[in-house]
Design a protein around this ligand. Sequence first.
Ligand code: ZN
Length: 76
Amino acid sequence: MSTTLIIKTCPTCASDKIQLVVKDVIRKYKGQTYTVPAVEFYECPNCGEKVYDKAAIQKIENYSPAYRHEHALAEV
Ligand SMILES: [Zn+2]
């Protein structure tokens, strides 16, 4: 089952310039910065809105220090 999200217009400003990009996402958790490499998400060049699909959110969560313990256990 595909969970691919297809967005043609920005949900914030309705611009049709929104596009799928692959970028490193930098997040903060409890003052600690972590980088999630090569995340696929939609970014609107007009208003800066970012839209993450399920897979992208899951990937970000996997890299989060908040989930690291659980992740490490899953890999054993
Ligand atoms: Zn926008």
